[in-house]
Design a protein around this ligand. Structure first.
Ligand SMILES: NC(=O)C1=CN([C@@H]2O[C@H](COP(=O)(O)OP(=O)(O)OC[C@H]3O[C@@H](n4cnc5c(N)ncnc54)[C@H](OP(=O)(O)O)[C@@H]3O)[C@@H](O)[C@H]2O)C=CC1
Ligand SMILES: O=C([O-])CC(=O)C(=O)O
Length: 311
């Protein structure tokens, strides 16, 4: 259904059967996604525009009008990167004009700030900063019945995996246990609200020191208190049927070369355990390098005319 809408829009706008992607954020995730789209890694998807606040040095290039999506055939993944500046837009209005789907990869505040307007404009919104949905009011606003507007909120699995099985099993009945244990390098877990002693303790952990549990509680609180670390907790809770009782433990591990997420799920059909050990993104070690490809995978599912999927 949505695919044919993109197809018709694209053809009507003279862009051919392409999916134009608008990006909010051009940091570790956004810049990788933008580069991959330019290289044609997702056949049928093109970069429409990129919106940032221009606060971060690496993303503070002067604003320029976004180029409209070109109707060219997508390159193969092996094609060399197109050396071009991001298709920078000045504001959300300009981004919406250049996009069929908008990807939020900019932080929980950005999802709060732009999410409602994206959906109201009839664009689908692929959210990465899923922890923002721990705010009940925002969740209700972004998930109002589709009849009220045509855009849909799509949740990117991001750094997690196994959510297909969790979603499927949760449809069979409420799970008895849903647990997430995330282990990261200590510096990535330091938060502005922590007292000086706690922050200093985390920063001073050295290889060989014992891991330190920095949080043990529910998914909503985890996502709120660790907005750059525990979006995955909110994602798991939603996949398990919007459960309030998902237990989350965040561990600072001085020896952690990889960011580890362990999902444990027990439901009426069985028990599952998924463990992901992700390389951190070199541009932002708090973010797993898997997240940008996860966005690309989600976008690939939205391209019109796709013949087969592992959905
Ligand atoms: N679901 C998951 O598995 C994961 C989710 N995340 C989420 O993704 C977010 C982005 O991660 P990452 O790319 O590593 O972060 P970075 O800090 O590397 O990049 C953030 C980008 O967003 C831009 N930005 C920030 N606020 C706004 C805004 N209000 N409007 C427009 N642009 C904005 C920044 O530019 P500027 O400052 O110039 O505006 C920058 O380009 C994280 O904050 C986290 O919420 C991260 C990892 C995993
Ligand atoms: O990238 C990760 O491993 C997870 C993460 O930061 C988040 O969920 O916010």
């Amino acid at each position: 259904m949505f695919a044919s809408r993109y197809l018709e829009d694209g053809v009507a706008a003279g862009h051919g059967a392409v999916l134009r992607v608008g990006l909010i954020g051009h940091g570790a995730i956004g810049s990788s996604v933008a580069d991959a789209l330019r290289r044609g890694v997702v056949p049928g998807a093109v970069l429409g525009g990129v919106l940032t606040r221009g606060h971060t040095a690496a993303t503070a290039a002067p604003a320029a009008t976004a180029a409209p999506a070109a109707p060219t055939a997508p390159a193969t993944p092996a094609a060399p990167a197109a050396p071009s500046a991001p298709a920078r837009v000045r504001d959300l209005r300009e981004l919406l004009a250049s996009a069929d789907v908008v990807v939020e990869a900019a932080g929980q505040r950005a999802l709060r700030e732009h999410g409602p307007a994206v959906l109201a404009a009839g664009r689908d919104l692929l959210a990465v900063s899923v922890g923002a949905l721990a705010d009940e009011a925002l969740f209700r606003e972004l998930t109002r019945p589709a009849a009220a507007r045509s855009g849909r909120l799509l949740i990117c699995p991001g750094a997690l995996g196994g959510l297909d099985a969790v979603r499927a099993a949760a449809l069979a009945g409420p799970p008895a246990t849903v647990r997430l244990t995330s282990t990261k390098a200590p510096a990535s877990l330091v938060q502005p609200w922590m007292d000086g002693a706690t922050a200093d303790r985390l920063r001073s952990l050295r290889p060989g020191d014992e891991p330190v549990t920095v949080f043990d509680g529910d998914a909503r609180e985890a996502a709120t208190r660790f907005p750059r670390n525990a979006n995955v907790a909110a994602t798991l809770a939603l996949a398990a049927g919007d459960r309030a009782d998902v237990r989350v433990r965040l561990v600072a591990a001085p020896d952690a070369r990889l960011t580890r997420h362990v999902v444990e799920f027990a439901g009426p059909l069985g028990e599952y355990r998924f463990e992901l050990a992700n390389l951190p993104d070199p541009a932002n070690p708090a973010t797993s390098a898997l997240v940008a490809p996860a966005v690309l995978r989600s976008l690939a599912d939205l391209v019109p005319g796709v013949a087969w999927l592992v959905a």
